[in-house]
Design a protein around this ligand. Sequence first.
Ligand SMILES: Nc1ncnc2c1ncn2[C@@H]1O[C@H](COP(=O)(O)OP(=O)(O)O)[C@@H](O)[C@H]1O
Ligand SMILES: [Mg+2]
Length: 202
Amino acid sequence: MTNPFTLGFDKKPFTYIDRTSQTSMILEDITSANPSSQAYILTGVRGVGKTVMMNEIVRRLKDRHDWITIKLNPNRPLFESLAAKLYEEPEIGILFHQAKLNLSLFGLGIDIEQVPPVVSIEIALEKMLLQLQKHQKKVLIAIDEVTKTEDLKAFVSSFQLWISDNLPISLLMTGLYENISLLQNDSSLTFLHRSKKSIYPL
Ligand SMILES: Nc1ncnc2c1ncn2[C@@H]1O[C@H](COP(=O)(O)OP(=O)(O)O)[C@@H](O)[C@H]1O
Ligand SMILES: [Mg+2]
């Protein structure tokens, strides 16, 4: 069966492969009222253009004021990095402060008197996403070159819970076939089989 989103080499590797329509297709789906998926995986061999395409999707989404795009480094703690980067987004950190979210245990914002600090990073992120939902903001997380690490597994399984709670979050990951297969075949992450998108050359 053809998989419309697997990146492959063009027969003429030195010509520019026009991926505009594929990029637009993914963007339209992510931003549609009823996306077919909230998790997208770009896979293909090394050098085929996964990173470039991911960056282009992120760049185009940045123009939309209802979207927040966050790139995460797969080699850094994903939960903490997401919380910190959300907090640092212009005009977003203030929303968490206004909602009296005490994130001081994660080094974010200031300790709010009378309000007990949130103690779990997972709960902190859930509360942050709820707050963003109230303000009609949606988040796209982009992670380049994923491998099956414990942190990524934990992050993706929390992501699965967030989308089942209708929180406004989408995930775009790139990775080599072998690494994506390892992730998808993990018993806790089989839902990724449904959301897998791969990209073929035009
Ligand atoms: N659509 C494209 N057409 C032609 N060259 C491309 C295209 N996309 C990426 N490239 C080039 O191919 C090289 C590898 O791209 P990259 O996105 O880093 O691949 P990957 O992440 O799949 O390993 C880069 O030098 C990039 O400029
Ligand atoms: Mg790459």
